[in-house]
Design a protein around this ligand. Structure first.
Ligand SMILES: NC(=O)c1ccc[n+]([C@@H]2O[C@H](COP(=O)([O-])OP(=O)(O)OC[C@H]3O[C@@H](n4cnc5c(N)ncnc54)[C@H](O)[C@@H]3O)[C@@H](O)[C@H]2O)c1
Length: 314
């Protein structure tokens, strides 16, 4: 019998995490401080599971749903679990309060992973008795469609706790990476930030429209990025591999990097101009349906990747 997992905070990300664990066969106990969220969360999860079933990404929405229980108290949620995935609001006071409550409520061998997008674990675990079992396990939204999880220890996190979350994430079909020590934005948002900062700058300087900058990724770079990263990309883009690529193009990239030595904040006028172009292409009232479209595209991509992996044999 698989040991239950607790998910604390049942918003967008917490609900998504409950699907990840339950889909893999783990009993899941969800708790949220908001009674309204507790009442409604299962309906949203059911819709997500039915979509997953329609893309043949799970066999039965009902059987996955049957493994998820909503609890009325934090203590009920963590009773007898081996792992807690905290997914509450992204502020230091809220993270500090909930992690202290979890530290008090959980047996000492229970590992506590936080979904924090950017607040490092050292900012809210320093004074806890069980601070060695706390770390960041940062997902991508929605975690049941995008498998990456960044594991980021605080200076006092026990390496065994990191390893146990790595093993759990692998067992449930996620793809963990290890960030050796705390850094703003971890790895994912630093990479995303580098691309976004360049996109804003190119737009501001009038080199291309927002639509064409987006197209450069959706019709260009992003096609490879859905199955390989930047290092493997360049390793395959020169006959002799990465060193050969560097010999040919390192000077160009150095020149590009030198042209951006003074990062600027995203200014209001700039944001307004991108917003104006985006709202012309996608009116505000269509944002929600476009998000649903994005999730269906992600499901189709996940289904394709499963089939392609089997067909290609990797
Ligand atoms: N949304 C994303 O794209 C995304 C991606 C990766 C990580 N994250 C991170 O995941 C976490 C949750 O984000 P979200 O987008 O699901 O937010 P959300 O606002 O949708 O959900 C947060 C939930 O936490 C609950 N909550 C707040 N304080 C609580 C407490 N003390 N006890 C119990 N429940 C409490 C709220 O009622 C709410 O339902 C944040 O740390 C966020 O940065 C978000």
């Amino acid at each position: 019998m698989t040991t239950p997992v607790a998910v604390v905070g049942a918003g967008l990300v917490g609900a998504g995490w409950s699907i990840v664990f339950a889909r893999a066969g783990y009993p899941v106990r969800i708790y949220d401080g908001d009674a309204g969220i507790r009442s409604n969360v299962m309906a949203g999860i059911r819709t997500n599971l039915e979509d997953l079933q329609s893309f043949e990404l799970i066999e039965s929405a009902d059987s996955v749903l049957g493994r998820i229980t909503v609890c009325d108290t934090l203590e009920d949620a963590v009773d007898g679990v081996s792992y807690v995935q905290e997914s509450v609001f992204e502020t230091i006071p809220v993270k500090t309060e909930i992690t202290a409550a979890l530290d008090a409520a959980c047996a000492l061998d229970v590992v506590i992973g936080s979904s924090s997008s950017g607040i490092p674990a050292s900012a809210f675990t320093e004074n806890l008795q069980g601070r060695q079992r706390c770390l960041i396990a940062h997902p991508v939204n929605p975690p049941y469609l995008v498998p990456l999880v960044e594991l980021v220890p605080a200076p006092w996190t026990d390496p065994a706790a990191v390893q146990s979350v790595h093993d759990l994430m692998t067992a449930v079909g996620q793809s963990p990476i290890h960030v050796a020590r705390e850094v703003d934005g971890f790895v994912l948002n630093r990479l995303q930030g580098a691309l976004l900062n360049e996109a804003w700058a190119l737009f501001e300087e009038g080199y291309a429209s927002a639509e064409d900058i987006d197209k450069t990724v959706s019709e260009g770079l992003g096609l490879r990025w859905s199955f390989m990263g930047p290092f493997e990309t360049i390793d395959l883009n020169a006959p002799g591999g990465v060193a050969d690529y560097a010999a040919r193009l390192a000077p160009l990239y150095h020149t590009v990097a030198q042209s951006r030595t003074a990062p600027k904040p995203w200014g209001d006028d700039l944001i307004g101009n991108v917003e104006a172009e985006r709202r012309t292409d996608l009116p505000e009232q269509d944002l929600a349906s476009r998000r649903e479209w994005r999730d269906r595209r992600l499901m189709a991509l996940a289904a394709h990747k499963n089939k392609a992996s089997k067909a290609i044999g990797d």
